[in-house]
Ligand binder design. Structure first.
Ligand code: NI
Length: 134
């Protein structure tokens, strides 16, 4: 059964920065994730996958080789596949992400912030605790 989720509330409840949490999936292709971010992630790219950022609370920027995309609450931007980017949040920010299931959140680099898909799925069921069952 499908349940109603509050992505902002789930993101607010995350205890670790830059550790995305899967909250849903679309067909067999995409994960919907939320994350609490602060500071700098890492320069990386996704050769074959677009990556959607939607800001739920706070502000962030996505640094690119040519310019910077600034995002505030309710704003979204899709990082095109193959484009090098570096997500940054000066202050705590809550975001929702839509990514292909194969997408690694730090792309082609591995840092201490890198989390496996399994780790991102860890509390998938726990997310229901902050939802309303229909
Ligand atoms: Ni990325």
């Amino acid at each position: 059964m499908s349940i109603v989720l509050n992505p902002e509330a789930i993101a607010a409840g995350l205890s670790e920065y830059w550790s995305p949490r899967v909250i849903g999936e679309v067909d067999d292709a995409y994960y919907v994730k939320v994350a609490k971010i602060k500071g700098v992630l890492a320069w990386h790219s996704h050769d074959d996958e677009d990556e959607l950022f939607y800001v739920l609370r706070g502000t962030m920027r996505i640094e690119l080789n040519e310019g910077t995309v600034e995002l505030g609450p309710g704003q979204m931007w899709v990082v095109p596949k193959g484009v090098r980017h570096n997500p940054v949040a000066e202050d705590e920010c809550l975001v929702m992400l839509i990514e292909r299931k194969s997408t690694l959140h730090t792309g082609n680099v591995v840092t201490e912030k890198t989390r496996t898909i399994a780790e991102q799925l860890a509390d998938h069921l726990g997310a229901a605790e902050t939802s309303t069952d229909l």
